[in-house]
Design a binder for this molecule. Structure first.
Ligand code: DGL
Length: 268
């Protein structure tokens, strides 16, 4: 059996299992890193909760990851990244990476006509985190935001290819067909799984997957700060959740494409 190295892991968390889309991208480009993933499956979804509650949950989870000796914290959740990065940064001097900034940088690079749509949960859209960050970088960009709360259950219930999902996608995004926005940011962990559905409604648009952009950012930070893993081969991953949902294995496989054999439970 391979011995387990004790190089400090990357800590990554999400409101639930959606952050596995970010985990999946991290694993692709940083195979030798050790990683601890935490999903707050007991309290998910965060997207319809108050900022106050999300900050409390985020702080608890970050303290937990820090207690396990992580070398950086990756906030894989758009809702947490939108509302609670400040609270996490206030409790650690380690690098804290969210999904907003990487997604914004990529979207600005891709958009030719400076017209960008942002979709996400209600909490993300109400925080205007993406819009504010885009305007901070380039105030001339026209940003329109739209909450699409039904997209999360579509993924979780495996309705992605169901005809009802196309109707819902059309209801949310149909209004943009006649407008000339050339770029859309997928501002939610689950949305990379419905890229094809979005393409059916908005066929000619740049789709920005924040999870991919975030993984690239993490790699840059580790490289620039000389913090990359010293593992020779592949790193290990420990998975923690606050509750084990019934469809856990199936959902994790669909979201991350990995078979999770062992899961640890951590309740708050
Ligand atoms: N992980 C959340 C996000 O990216 C979606 C699920 C939830 O509402 O908690 O915003």
């Amino acid at each position: 059996m391979k011995t387990r190295t004790n190089n400090p892991p990357i800590g990554i968390f999400d409101s639930g299992l959606g952050g596995l889309t970010v985990y999946r991208e991290l694993r692709k480009i940083l195979p030798s890193e050790n990683i601890i993933y935490f999903g707050d499956t007991m309290r998910v979804p965060y997207g319809n909760k108050s900022t106050e509650s999300i900050k409390i949950f985020s702080s608890e989870i970050s303290q937990f990851l820090l207690s396990l000796g992580v070398k950086m914290i990756v906030v894989a959740c758009n809702t947490v990244s939108s509302t609670s990065l400040d609270i996490i940064e206030s409790i650690t001097k380690l690098p804290v990476v969210g999904v907003i900034e990487p997604g914004v940088k990529l979207a600005i690079k891709k958009s030719k006509n400076k017209k960008i749509i942002v979709i996400g949960t209600r909490a993300t859209v109400n925080s205007h985190s993406y819009k504010n960050k885009i305007e901070e970088n380039d105030p001339t960009i026209d940003v329109i935001e739209k909450a699409c709360p039904l997209f999360v259950p579509i993924v979780e219930e495996n309705f992605v290819n169901h005809k009802a999902s196309l109707l819902i996608a059309d209801e949310y995004l149909g209004e943009f067909k006649s407008k000339d926005y050339d770029t859309i940011i997928l501002g939610c962990t689950h949305y990379p799984l419905i890229k094809n559905l979005i393409k059916k409604v908005l066929s000619d648009i740049n789709i920005i997957d924040s999870s991919k952009a975030c993984a690239g950012y993490v790699k840059d930070i580790l490289t620039n700060n000389n913090m990359l893993s010293k593992n020779d081969g592949d790193g290990w991953t420990d998975f923690y959740v606050s509750d084990k949902p019934q469809n856990f294995m199936e959902l994790a496989y669909r979201l991350a494409g990995v078979k999770i054999c062992k899961i640890n439970i951590k309740r708050f």
